[in-house]
Design a protein around this ligand. Structure first.
Ligand code: BES
Ligand code: ZN
Ligand code: ZN
Length: 470
């Protein structure tokens, strides 16, 4: 399906169907009001009404604001895809909602069919967007940028959705190298021997029982006069079985998505390089598989991390923080960044705290939290701030090492995981760092908003929006 912005009046575009967004207030005034009323259409958000003879599909919205347009566009595009129409047209309602419209169409229509032997083929080939009132040149830039970010989100989804027997830490390396070639990025990969030289023993312990070598991937985008330098760190657990603290069978299903943080930061650097932003971006990925075996790391092990902080392992399923501890430490040596953001499917507790739809945001800078939260509402991603406190920090105390990898109490698990990472952020970087727990928001088994079954690409739209506004 191709989506095109056309420099014509809507009525002059030749297409089989016209899409119209309609709010309750507009319903009674509409020239098709009677038919719509007879059809029982109440213009409720995300409901659709197809007038086949007239070739119009109506889509209900609570308002003409971005969030409602995005969600309605996603609901509607699936109805059009189920029909046999080959082309559709829709009006760009306003400059401020064009991005949401593009996102709703692209992300709502997304399908992952790589493993279907006979994928359903939609007849819909083209969607045209146009406006009778708005200037084409102004829409053009917004459209182009929205498409770059939406496509990068699909790129992220595609990697997360791939099966774990196919995407292992070494596959992630190849994908990063391919992206580097295509988008002219620099790419450096540290394989296990290099990680040993770097004394990244926490990360190495997690991957030891895997047949696939662990790796640290460093990608960089370096424009000539960058306004800011950003480090993005991603948790790349290509599978999280839990290790010897094995996950129960039902919790293990979907754990291919434990690489979503890594895939999100790959999506961000792809978009940033295509948007040609004046910002230097470094991506650091800890690519590891957490498995069981005679060589597996164990509860009771004490690991000496890269930063020399010793860690008592009390649960091998709290592995993401061990990988990130070493990668964050490495990233702080490699680049003197203005901001350090990490993305990780870190804790089930984050979903308990905020629900499945919301990313947990943790860090020390109120200003940064505020700025990121503001961007999130424009980008259409949900964010909730989880506050650190010194009482929770004490729960990470270990009797035999500097810190334990689990909390001694069962509450506040998302925050104690964030506080664990905080131990590896140097004093001078405290206010520059933010941790994004995307455990809930990165993957869904029931569609919501513009998200369909599987990976959502959480973090990509949010970070692109933030970096664009810097
Ligand atoms: N990858 C999981 C977190 C997770 C859970 C992500 C569910 C997405 C959905 C992480 O490695 C993990 O297992 N965390 C443990 C930590 C606990 C052992 C302290 C958890 O959340 O149960
Ligand atoms: Zn785990
Ligand atoms: Zn994990």
């Amino acid at each position: 399906m191709k989506i095109k912005l056309i420099e014509k009046n809507i009525s002059d575009i030749d297409s089989e169907v016209t899409i119209e967004f309609l709010s309750k207030d507009e319903l009674s005034e509409h020239k098709e009001a009677e038919i719509l009323n007879n059809a029982g259409f109440k213009a409720k958000q995300d409901t659709t009404c197809f007038l086949y003879e007239k070739g119009i599909i109506f889509c209900g919205v609570d308002s003409k604001k971005s969030d409602d347009i995005r969600s309605a566009a996603a609901a509607m595009i699936n109805i059009v895809k189920a029909s046999n129409y080959k082309s559709a047209k829709v009006s760009a309602l306003s400059k401020s909602t064009l991005t949401a419209l593009v996102e709703g169409l692209v992300l709502g229509a997304y399908e992952f069919n790589e493993y279907k032997s006979e994928p359903k083929k939609a007849a819909l080939k083209e969607i045209f967007i146009a406006s009778d009132e708005l200037e084409f040149s102004a829409l053009k830039t917004i459209f182009k940028e929205a498409l770059i970010v939406a496509n990068a989100t699909c790129f992220t989804r595609d990697i997360v959705n791939r099966a774990p027997q196919e995407v292992n830490p070494q596959t992630l390396c190849s994908l990063a190298q391919k992206l580097a070639r295509e988008n002219s990025l620099e790419c450096e990969i540290l394989q296990e021997d290099d990680l040993k030289k770097q004394k990244m023993n926490a990360m190495l312990a997690v991957g030891r029982a895997s047949i696939h070598g662990s790796a640290l991937i460093h990608l960089s985008y370096k424009p000539s006069n960058p306004k800011k330098v950003i480090s993005l760190v991603g948790k790349g657990l290509t599978y999280d079985s839990g290790g010897l603290s094995l996950k129960p069978a039902t919790s293990m299903v979907t754990m291919k998505m434990d690489k979503a943080g890594a895939c999100a930061v790959l999506g961000v650097i792809k978009a940033v390089s295509e948007l040609k932003l004046d910002i230097e971006v470094h991506v650091f990925i800890g690519a590891v598989e957490n498995m069981v075996g005679g060589d597996a790391y164990k509860p009771d092990d004490v690991l000496v991390s890269r930063s020399k902080t010793t860690i008592e392992v009390r649960n091998t399923d709290a592995e993401g923080r061990l990988v990130l501890a070493d990668v964050l430490d490495y990233a702080q040596d490699a680049v003197n960044a203005d901001y350090i953001f990490d993305f990780a499917t870190l804790t089930g507790a984050c979903m308990v705290a905020l629900g499945q739809y919301t990313t947990g945001l943790m860090g020390h800078s109120h200003k940064l939290k505020h700025d990121i939260s503001r961007t999130s509402s424009d980008a259409g991603e949900l964010i909730g701030s989880l506050p650190f406190n010194k009482h929770l920090e004490k729960l990470l105390k270990s009797e035999i090492a500097d810190i334990s990898n689990t909390s001694s109490k069962p509450y506040g698990g998302a925050i104690t995981a964030g506080l664990f990472l905080d131990r590896f952020i140097r004093k001078e970087n405290k206010k520059k760092w933010m941790h994004f727990d995307i455990a809930g928001s990165a993957y869904t088994e029931t569609p919501w908003d513009c998200n369909v079954y599987g990976a959502t690409g959480a973090g990509v739209r949010l970070m692109c929006g933030y970096l664009k506004n810097l």
